[in-house]
Design a protein around this ligand. Sequence first.
Ligand code: AMP
Ligand code: ZN
Length: 110
Amino acid sequence: MDCIFCKIIGGEIPSAKVYEDEELVIFKDIHPMAKIHLLAVPKEHFPTLAELGGERAALLGRTLQKIGALAPSLGLEEGYRLVVNQGERAGQTVPHLHIHILGGETLGWE
Ligand code: AMP
Ligand code: ZN
């Protein structure tokens, strides 16, 4: 499949991984928008929340739980922001569901 995140998951393209298990990988974003900018990417390929069925909903729940548990060890103990761009108009450039994790500094909200 011609999906850059599937290629990262498959090991065809290198990435700076900070976490991996059987269903999830977390790696550094190549164009960081904050001091710490990670991408949490479920290994299963589906583009958006519109394709979120029952088992995928559970996968997403586990993904959020893992982010919460891992945050202190990733340098995010003082807070972080999650962003999930959905569709072109929101700036989604990779059609493989992913959660941006931003932190490591004070983040503006205006
Ligand atoms: P989005 O625009 O929400 O689809 O997010 C896609 C993100 O993937 C962007 O922030 C890109 O900087 C990031 N990205 C694209 N290619 C790579 C790569 N090879 N390794 C790490 N991050 C990447
Ligand atoms: Zn993919």
